[in-house]
Design a binder for this molecule. Sequence first.
Ligand SMILES: [Zn+2]
Length: 414
Amino acid sequence: MKESGRDLEYLSHGETLEFQVRKLHELMAGDWQKAPGFMRRLQDAGVTADDLNTPKDIRKFPILKKSELPRIQAENSPFGGLITVPPGNLRRIYSSPGPIYDPEGHLTSYYRWERTLLACGFEEGDIVLNCLGYHLTPAGAMFEEGCHNIGCAVIPAGIGNAEIQVAVAAHLGANAYVGLPSYLKVLLEKASETGTRLGISKAFVIAEKLPESLRSEFQDTYGIHVRQGYGTAEVGAIAYECREANGMHFDPSVLLELLDTETLEPVPAGTPGEVIVTPLNPINTLLRFATGDLSSVDDRPCPCGRKSPRLTAILGRVDQVTKVRGLFVHPAQLSEVLSSFDGVDRFRAVIVRDRAMDDMTVEVQGKMALPAHTIEAIAERIKEVLKLGVSVIQVEDGTIPEDAEVIDDRRKWD
Ligand SMILES: [Zn+2]
């Protein structure tokens, strides 16, 4: 299984899509027919499994928004008729905020994190400190499954009790970590404080932004190889970094689309769109599951040899997006640009509407006066990233409150 899993990563993207469409057709014509809620959705959309023949056909099928799940589940408890087995035949049932109930069925690899962990350098015989939550949410258990499937032992640590975890990890010779990047830092600092030598040499981090400065610190100060990935509680693995760490390769066991949030058309490489995924899972019929996460695609070849395109980064949530002069502006994009300039302590983008025209001014604040060429460089960089001309001004220190929203939309619509 490991080998065939690895092989899939090296198919061309076109071949992968063909494989996924065949597999998806098989599920829709087979196991997924046992999910009445799913069949009803197809019926309402006027489509059947036989409408899926080529990758393009996927666009005929209805999208299931994550934000709709609480309602769908409440109307037809507990899973909205979207699973193919009786609830009592599941392995685990989780409850995430929303509330959303997440089913985990009896499959060897339900959440499919093996590829991700292998790409991070995990191997048989590793001892993994798993610092993701095991209670009510699937995070801890889903990575434990991935570790077991590649033959690692797992210390089910969860989050908290850092001092005990450091001692246990040191005694047991844990050499790998799974969890939040910020919590890895907590553990490493605790180890320094207590004079404990931790043997962790590789770490897979998830669920939080990994600043490149923190990655370098893990590498340079502690000698830990750190890679990150992307997935959700409903779906499991979606994308992961390889050794190049230049974006996250699409996991071939999930059919991934990136769509314009308004037109629902695929976006070209480099343009932000919503991540829509179809995990090829026989138990949970998540067809075209709209995650609400925004990302963009890099389809240039990767030196690692994998042929799958890569997600650049998760740029934020779809519901935080603002449109200015018809173009999407996301707080995360601005944060990314501004964080690369020294001397900018705070910033915000103020959007106003003057004679039916949107206008955006980026206010920056710092202790020292920024030179004119830095202000120009910020404006240029924003234009490159957002394709939007903006004015950048420096405001007096103390103007922007600490808890200010990144985007301050002052447009009036009446
Ligand atoms: Zn790669």
